[in-house]
Design a protein around this ligand. Structure first.
Ligand SMILES: NC(=O)c1ccc[n+]([C@@H]2O[C@H](COP(=O)([O-])OP(=O)(O)OC[C@H]3O[C@@H](n4cnc5c(N)ncnc54)[C@H](O)[C@@H]3O)[C@@H](O)[C@H]2O)c1
Ligand SMILES: O=P(O)(O)OC[C@H]1O[C@H](O[C@H]2[C@H](O)[C@@H](O)[C@@H](O)O[C@@H]2CO)[C@H](O)[C@@H](O)[C@@H]1O
Ligand SMILES: [Mn+2]
Length: 441
């Protein structure tokens, strides 16, 4: 019989951890494991989730060893899978990433524009360290990374560890969109076979086939033009996410070739989006007042009553399910299709080879086997090349500690597009990130 897995979740104190833990208990048939460890640098935060995990595993799968630790040696020794979802600087720094640009009339967003740049410059450092730490103790472990901004993290890791074929960067927004398409046209999203290309948070579905090979994209498009667009879990969404998903309708009307990733709104309509964002209360505030509070209070309640049986801690299962299904596809060589982030190497024939492309791939024991895309049209190529140049320069700015490259990156970003504005925001972000970034010269 195939060996069971030993797994570690990095960022154990994440708001998404309870959902991942629950998904792990549900998918034992496809992803069996006998040991799971939470690892975090914030002991207090992780302990709350850890106490929930202890109760959950005791009740659901008592044979599994569950622990949590802040000790790297304990966490990373002899593991098979590392699920990685850290947030360097936490929500307080996310709040700054969003509010500093807004105070200068620029888009303030977690992964896009200057906020995404600042977050990227923080994440690269910790992600490089993470890979080095894991490789010392578990040279063959799969590192499945969700840490944002995934586009920049993926590019940086590919630059620093080009030969490491067991690092896979993934985002759940494509699967959230597939689930949403399913709800809109009343079809089971599990039957969809998508084709997709782009950078992370910057891509398009080109087809959504069903099992018989019919392309459902025209139906999804027509439905959206007539009725608007909603996320699969609309009832549980904060208003800002409903607004974001609603913009899919505008994007389809303006650019009807494909179905866009929601994040494109910030690049296609920066002026409009800016006019809708509240500089005093951003998404970080919504999350701190909403999801973070809910998750931590519920974990504390569960620890007090001693059972998780009556808990509805997780509503949308998309994130946890996807993470476990990705791991299961590798472990069981299932060759299921996922949208993943990999080096381009000719997948899109008219884009650079070292660009980290987000694309549909068959995922098995030897990693992702991406489906070829071929040539893409001028509009998409132009948008992607500008964004790729921004992402690449951001990574080079970090690795070379270069102020000039940082300035070039921000000048190229479509949400800024002006060198004076880029310099002002860069200087403000340097000051705010003094504890996290290298000194730029
Ligand atoms: N790729 C995706 O589609 C996707 C989806 C959801 C969340 N995410 C990402 O997952 C991460 C977690 O998100 P969240 O909203 O739950 O944030 P969070 O702040 O609730 O959780 C992150 C945890 O990481 C810990 N951490 C910070 N630096 C660390 C380090 N160097 N090593 C280990 N742990 C560290 C923090 O202490 C915290 O407990 C973020 O990067 C977020 O952007 C990605
Ligand atoms: O603003 P947040 O912290 O709520 O979300 C930011 C993340 O948004 C996308 O993720 C999905 C999420 O992971 C999914 O499961 C579902 O619940 O919706 C989220 C959006 O609320 C995005 O792909 C991530 O990269 C972001 O970190
Ligand atoms: Mn994402």
């Amino acid at each position: 019989m195939k060996k069971k897995n030993n797994i570690v979740i990095v960022g154990g104190g994440s708001t998404w951890s309870p959902g991942i833990l629950k998904a792990l208990t549900r998918h034992q048939d496809i992803f069996p494991f006998d040991k799971i460890t939470l690892y975090d640098i914030n002991e207090k935060r992780q302990e709350v989730i850890g106490k929930f995990g202890e109760i959950l595993f005791r009740e659901e799968t008592p044979d599994i060893e569950f622990t949590y630790t802040t000790d790297k040696e304990e966490a990373f020794r002899d593991v098979d899978f590392v699920f990685c979802q850290m947030r360097t600087g936490g929500y307080p720094m996310r709040e700054k990433d969003e509010k500093i640009p807004l105070s200068m009339d620029l888009i303030g967003q977690e992964t896009c524009g200057p906020g995404g740049f600042a977050y990227g410059m923080r994440s690269i450092r910790d992600m490089i360290e993470l890979v080095e730490d894991v490789r010392k103790l578990s040279p063959k472990a799969w590192i499945l990374n969700y840490t944002n901004p995934a586009a920049i993290v993926a590019h940086a890791l590919n630059m620093v560890f080009p030969d490491d074929k067991r690092i896979l960067n993934i985002c759940d927004q494509p699967v959230n969109l597939l689930r949403s398409f399913g709800r809109l046209i009343n079809r089971d999203f599990n039957e969809f076979e998508p084709t997709y290309f782009g950078l992370n948070h910057f891509g398009w579905f080109t087809h959504v086939y069903d099992k018989e090979g019919n392309d459902l994209l025209p139906e999804i498009k027509n439905y959206t033009i007539k009725n608007g667009f909603l996320p699969v879990d609309a009832e549980q969404r904060d208003q800002s996410w409903l607004d974001t998903y609603a913009m899919v309708e505008d994007m389809i009307k303006d650019f009807p070739d494909y179905l866009p990733n929601t994040y494109l709104q910030y690049y296609l309509y920066p002026e409009y989006k800016l006019s809708t964002l509240d500089p005093n209360y951003t998404r970080a505030n919504e999350v701190m007042d909403g999801r973070e509070k809910r998750v931590f209070e519920e974990c504390e309640r569960i620890a007090q009553v001693g059972t998780a049986k009556d808990s509805h801690i997780v509503h949308n299962d998309a994130h946890g399910d996807m993470i476990v299904e990705v791991a299961a596809s590798i472990y069981g060589n299932l060759r299921k299709t996922f949208i993943v982030i990999v080096p381009n190497n000719g997948i899109v024939s008219n884009l650079p080879n070292d660009l980290m492309i987000e694309v549909a791939a068959s995922l098995g024991a030897n990693g992702p086997q991406p489906y070829a895309v071929g040539e893409i049209g001028t509009f998409y190529k132009g948008l992607i090349e500008g964004q790729y140049a921004y992402e690449k320069l951001t990574c080079e700015a970090y690795l070379e500690k270069s102020y000039t490259k940082a300035l070039q990156a921000l000048t190229l970003n479509r949400t800024i597009g002006d060198a004076k504005k880029a310099r002002n925001i860069l200087d403000a972000l340097i000051e705010a990130n003094v504890d996290y970034w290298p000194e730029l010269k």
